[in-house]
Design a binder for this molecule. Structure first.
Ligand SMILES: Cc1cc2nc3c(=O)[nH]c(=O)nc-3n(C[C@H](O)[C@H](O)[C@H](O)COP(=O)(O)OP(=O)(O)OC[C@H]3O[C@@H](n4cnc5c(N)ncnc54)[C@H](O)[C@@H]3O)c2cc1C
Length: 304
């Protein structure tokens, strides 16, 4: 079947696109590689700064809300990873689960993937105790090390400080980059130790993490932290999932769009964190999705 619109990714940007597209009568297919929609936010301990959604609600709750909106809107949703896209022609071709899907328009909403920290650690320890899903694992540990000083990492450090015995926050910079809403309570917390200008050079242990070796990036001094029961949570930034989109114009890996979310290819849009933008938040992702889907509907109607 040929679709009016194929949306790649069911994070907030993709789901918003689907809501606006189906409301305008577009035959819409959503392709999502994960079992559930929600994207990055599925793993976040609590959602903040999204108007109309309760602050502090778990990321999994946000994901469920997106799922029911998607189910109700009438878009066809398939689970599968898009592995190739041919976007230049009038008929767009998308390969997913080895199958070819075609459409008149495409919205790329594939977001970003988190960067994984690089230090010496046994593969088994890494698989078991290196985390990027705070709420799923926090009950397993007495101590948590959080790597990263941005809003995302700082928010999770606070979450762990409320649920675990002690948190060591490792940041490369000389001060916290997070907004005051997160940085102030971190500075006041009795059970968070901040290690400024620091990186992890090695993690030792067999079944459990026993030692974490830190190196000060300015003085080169070394420090060893010892643990009985510790997990390491990381949020050290992310990279755009653009490797399969060979034809769209990129800037530093992110997709370039105009104010209608149009890429350099007619009928192809990019929305949310995957596009060049200043502010990467739910509010801007859903706004992008609305703008792109409304323009896609106009584009299709003009061609009739
Ligand atoms: C730790 C952390 C905490 C955050 N907390 C907040 C917050 O509280 N409030 C807020 O407003 N923002 C927050 N953000 C930012 C927010 O997560 C993003 O701005 C938002 O998720 C962007 O939505 P998106 O739909 O563009 O991308 P994503 O959420 O990344 O969704 C992209 C989707 O595309 C899918 N996908 C990727 N590649 C493919 C493929 N090849 N085939 C099929 N599917 C694919 C992915 O599985 C994913 O579901 C946080 C970010 C982080 C990292």
């Amino acid at each position: 079947m040929k679709y009016d619109l194929i949306i790649i990714g069911a994070g907030p940007a993709g789901v918003s696109s689907a809501l606006y597209a189906t409301s305008r009568g577009l035959k819409t297919l959503v392709l999502e590689k994960d079992e559930n929609p929600g994207g990055t936010l599925k793993k976040v301990s609590n959602i903040t700064h999204f108007t109309g959604f309760n602050t502090g609600e778990a990321g999994t709750v946000f994901s469920k809300t997106l799922n029911s909106q998607l189910e109700q809107c009438g878009a066809k949703v398939l689970q599968g990873k898009v592995t190739a896209a041919s976007l230049k022609g009038e008929e767009k071709e998308i390969i997913c689960n080895g199958e070819k899907f075609t459409s008149k328009t495409v919205i790329i909403a594939a977001g970003t993937s988190q960067n994984i920290p690089d230090f010496e650690i046994l593969e088994e320890l890494k698989n078991k105790h290196l985390l990027n899903d705070a709420r799923k694992y926090y009950k397993n540990y007495e101590n948590v090390i959080v790597i990263g000083g941005s809003d995302g990492a700082a928010k999770e450090a606070l979450f762990f400080s409320q649920n675990n015995k002690h948190v060591d926050l490792i940041i490369r910079e000389e001060k916290l980059a997070a907004v005051p809403e997160f940085s102030q309570p971190i500075l006041n917390a009795k059970n968070i130790s901040i290690h400024y200008n620091s990186v992890i050079s090695k993690v030792n242990g067999n079944e459990n993490i026993e030692e974490v070796l830190l190196e000060n990036t300015t003085t080169k001094e070394k420090e060893t932290l010892k643990f009985n029961n510790c997990g390491i949570f990381y949020y050290i930034g992310s990279s755009p999932n653009t490797e399969i989109f060979k034809e769209v114009e990129l800037n530093k890996g992110y997709i370039l769009v105009d104010e209608k979310m149009k890429t350099n290819i007619e009928g192809v849009y990019a929305v949310g964190d995957i596009r060049v933008k200043e502010v990467r938040q739910i509010s801007t992702a859903v706004s992008d999705g609305a703008i792109a889907a409304i323009d896609a509907a106009k584009y299709i109607n003009a061609k009739k």
